[in-house]
Design a protein around this ligand. Structure first.
Ligand code: ZN
Length: 118
């Protein structure tokens, strides 16, 4: 019984170390949703006034909801869109890792408690 616990424990520890190694770098992390907009300029002689497909843009924004539910849009320059998109993916990956690490830590805790006589 104790031998089985040790084997499982080392597997769990290995999984934990692997998950920790997957945590993305903190720098460049972004939270929110990237949004793309097209606009008309209001000039009736402009091509944007003729057709929806001729509108100006795209204009990019990062939509962020802050604590307390306050919502804000931040303008993102086109050359920064890929960087922000990677930052959002890293943020999601980070939370997946946190969830998985807590899950593995709980499994390890349960094992050490089961292995310890009452
Ligand atoms: Zn226009």
């Amino acid at each position: 019984m104790k031998t089985t616990n040790k084997v499982d424990g080392s597997k769990l520890n290995h999984s934990l170390m692997r998950e920790i190694s997957r945590i993305p770098a903190w720098d460049g992390i972004h939270r929110g949703t990237l949004m793309r907009y097209y606009r008309t300029c209001g000039n009736k002689s402009c091509h944007c006034y003729q057709s929806k497909s001729q509108r100006h843009g795209p204009y990019w924004y990062l939509s962020v909801t802050w604590q307390g539910g306050k919502h804000k849009l931040y303008a993102i320059k086109p050359e920064k869109v890929a960087e922000v998109r990677r930052g959002i993916a890293a943020y999601k990956r980070l939370w997946k890792s946190v969830y998985r690490i807590a899950e593995l830590n709980l499994a390890l805790l349960k094992q050490t408690q089961e292995a310890t006589p009452k």
